[in-house]
Design a protein around this ligand. Structure first.
Ligand code: ADP
Ligand code: MG
Ligand code: ZN
Length: 475
């Protein structure tokens, strides 16, 4: 029997507000431990939380980007559990009245989005050596009370690769919105994966397990694959999946149980009496909608409609600064070039040279790159030499036409008398290759073209050389 994975994701995104969700402390990552604290986020008795309006604003933008229905009113609840990272003994979260329900991002439906406060950070001596000379665990309350939006998907994901791709779309979208810095290393984006498998064709859901807190997209993909394989092996052996919460160790690929269903927390949710319900006004909604930039999914579609390949459109749309660079190049007036060839040069040649860096900060001006691509299109410079020009642009900036001129990199025009004697010489110097071509083996032309390119310093047009060779050999 063949099985298919069924996966639902729960993502925590830290919202990039200046202050924490219920007090005025800085929500900035890091800092001297326990310095971004006050009686509210330390859970002192008698203090009252006050909701940070910016948090609601940011979460609304996120929800709109995920096509969610935003509830006119939402409220907070206490999620009770006892752990040292939670000084109050409960986390303020949302339960039966979340900010919104329903929606979709890409091809994955959203179940709900709700707001909550983050817990403090535990630092264990075991992992990071001895702390203050002891093997104790210590608590850094700087993170306690920073705002989180939790996004829960429907179980629509069907593979580890799809999970990774969807998370990339989510991250790109949140980054574009500017509501989260979505940095997995710093914990501002965290993901749990709920995983079950079922026979292909079945529409029922199998028993799920939950892989907790994986901190890189690569680990998430590997963790899901490992868990799907574990469940398959279990079912094939006649066993059953047990509902439990699991930990995936990316170093050993080992999956261990954190707790079973029986040991699951009973959070005893109840309404938070210290906070009034939140009315999301029409004005707030309209403001969030007005501030919405073009999102990666929409940009991808628009670029594809311009005739750009799916892969390039995605790269340009999902890397905002790369897309901006491309659009600036396209708009530069040097756009006598094909849109796709410009996309090629940006997505392949330029990216190969600037890597992950923002190309807008490079020395290659967008209009210069468009100008270079136009020179290639006009056959004023060969592709090979254009790559050399791009190297120069990356290193020093400048104008591509001037570089071509100064370095004598201009292509030898088709029909130029200069090319003929060079082709003649190449045929004479490679008589056996010439013989093979005459006999119908066109692959042998590589030697001739190579010779001509060496002689012309890459300035000859390959197609023109081929034409000359054919005519001289009477083909
Ligand atoms: P819980 O009460 O354990 O948190 P929920 O019903 O709230 O479970 O769902 C949590 C997440 O698990 C959601 O993303 C949901 O899509 C996913 N999920 C629920 N049931 C399954 C299943 N059988 N297989 C895979 N994912 C599931
Ligand atoms: Mg859950
Ligand atoms: Zn505080």
């Amino acid at each position: 029997m063949d099985y298919e994975p069924v996966i639902g994701l729960e993502v925590h995104a830290q919202l990039l507000t200046q202050a924490k969700i219920f007090c005025g402390c800085s929500a900035k990552f890091g800092g001297v431990p326990n310095h971004h604290t006050c009686p509210v986020c330390l859970g002192m008795p008698g203090v009252l939380p006050v909701l940070n309006k910016k948090v609601v604003e940011y979460a609304m933008k996120m929800a709109l980007a995920a096509n969610c229905r935003i509830n006119g009113e939402c409220s907070f609840a206490r999620k009770n559990y006892f752990y040292p990272d939670l000084p109050k003994g409960y986390q303020i979260s949302q339960y039966d009245e979340p900010l919104c329900r329903g929606g979709h991002l890409g091809d994955v439906r959203i179940h709900r989005v709700h707001l909550e406060e983050d817990a403090a950070k535990l630092v264990h001596a075991g992992a990071s050596g001895r702390i203050h000379g002891s093997d104790a665990s210590v608590v850094d309350f700087n993170r306690g009370g920073t705002p989180l939006a939790e996004i829960v998907t429907e179980p629509d994901v069907r593979s580890a690769a799809q999970a990774r791709e969807w998370l990339t779309l989510l991250r790109t979208t949140l980054r574009r919105l500017g509501v989260s810095d979505v940095n997995m290393e710093e914990g501002s984006l965290r993901c749990d994966a709920n995983i079950s498998i079922r026979p292909v064709g079945s529409t029922e859901l199998g028993t799920k397990t939950e892989l907790k807190n994986m901190n890189s997209f690569r680990f998430i993909e590997r963790g899901i694959n490992a868990e799907v394989a574990r469940q398959e092996a279990l079912l094939r052996d006649g066993g059953q999946v047990v509902q439990e919460t699991l930990h995936f160790d990316p170093r050993t690929e080992a999956i261990t149980s954190l707790r079973s269903k029986e040991e699951a927390h009973d959070y005893r949710y109840f309404p938070e009496p210290d906070l009034v319900p939140v009315a999301t006004s029409v004005e707030m909604l309209a403001a969030a909608r007005d501030a919405m930039p073009e999102l990666p999914a929409a940009r991808e579609e628009r670029l594809q409609a311009l005739g750009i390949s799916a892969a390039d459109a995605r790269q340009l749309a999902w890397r905002t600064e790369l897309g901006d660079y491309f659009e600036a190049a396209l708009a530069s007036g040097n756009s006598r070039v094909g849109v796709q060839s410009l996309a090629n040069w940006v997505c392949n040649e330029l990216v190969a040279r600037v890597g992950e860096d923002d190309p807008n900060a490079s020395k290659v001006r967008p209009d210069a790159l468009a100008g270079l691509v136009a020179l290639v299109a006009a056959k004023a410079v060969t592709v090979g030499n254009a790559k050399l020009v791009l190297d120069r642009l990356v290193a020093e900036g400048g104008d591509p036409a001037q570089i071509v001129e100064a370095e004598d990199l201009g292509a030898i025009a088709g029909g130029d008398d200069a090319l003929e004697p060079i082709v003649d010489a190449a045929l004479a110097a490679n008589a056996d290759a010439a013989e093979k071509i005459r006999a119908g083996n066109m692959k042998a032309i590589g030697a001739i073209i190579g010779h001509v390119m060496r002689e012309t310093k890459g300035r000859a047009d390959g197609a023109e050389v081929t034409r000359l060779v054919r005519s001289k050999l009477g083909l």
